[in-house]
Design a protein around this ligand. Structure first.
Ligand SMILES: Cc1cc2nc3c(=O)[nH]c(=O)nc-3n(C[C@H](O)[C@H](O)[C@H](O)COP(=O)(O)O)c2cc1C
Length: 220
């Protein structure tokens, strides 16, 4: 069994039991909606670790995984983030706020971490050269936008996985990015993908409503 299969296996076993029964991806997709009011119940290190591990299973182009997470539990830091998020109360109230961001400069500086470990040395070097060339010819801003698109894939994973593991979330883009970066020490070149308030909801939030398939899909 390959190393990553073993890791995936550990995530599936009872090694990380949670209090609430897990929901399938389909059930979590149907059950999740934004929750903006939270109970004062802490999220443990183990629970957070598992959520981030599962989120990190998201795919990305070239497997670059440019997403990064600033996990905030300190009340003072959450209060500062709340001010940067136009006073949105869930930022101060949720036990955890995850600032997801894309850091393409960090990614570029460590391309050796993302090339497939099974590649022979010459192929690894070739892949790193190709990636350096491809992204090095873009502006910092353009590759930041590219990285943020990848990070949004992981954001979707996080929201769904959180629900499946028994947590509620509130994704947010309503914040002043410069202030969030300053509070959390996130590099200026990074892009904040979203703030995600996470915990156990104190209410059910609004009922979700969505487009019909006919409205958004064509079948050829
Ligand atoms: C990327 C993103 C940014 C969002 N920003 C905010 C926000 O700043 N404040 C807020 O209250 N809701 C925010 N939302 C929540 C959306 O309004 C919500 O997801 C949408 O209305 C669908 O409702 P549901 O999440 O309950 O299914 C955001 C959602 C996403 C995915």
């Amino acid at each position: 069994m390959l190393a990553h299969d073993i890791a995936a296996d550990a995530l599936l076993t009872g090694e990380h039991e949670t209090a609430s029964p897990r929901l399938s991806a389909a059930d979590a997709a149907l059950a999740r909606h934004s929750v903006r009011s939270y109970r004062d119940v802490p999220v443990t290190d183990d629970e957070l670790h598992r959520l981030l591990e599962l989120t990190g299973r998201a795919p990305s182009a070239f497997n670059l995984q440019p997403w990064r997470f600033a996990v905030v539990r300190d009340q003072q830091a959450k209060d500062q983030l709340r001010a940067a998020a136009y006073g949105q109360k869930q930022v101060g109230e949720a036990p955890v706020v995850i600032a997801m961001y894309a850091d393409m400069e960090d990614t570029m500086a460590h391309l050796d971490e993302v090339v497939h470990p099974d590649l022979p040395a010459d192929k690894k070097a070739g892949t790193i050269a190709m990636l350096t060339n491809t992204f090095g010819s873009m502006t910092t801003e353009a590759r930041g936008v590219w990285a943020n698109a990848q990070s949004n894939i992981a954001l979707g994973y996080l929201l769904l996985i959180a629900k499946s593991e028994g947590f509620d979330t509130s994704p947010m883009l309503g914040f002043q990015a410069d202030q969030v970066k300053q509070i959390l020490g996130v590099p200026a070149t990074a892009t904040i993908t979203a703030l995600v308030a996470l915990g156990r909801g104190a209410d059910d939030g609004f009922r979700s409503h969505r487009h019909s398939i006919e409205r958004v899909a064509t079948f050829v």
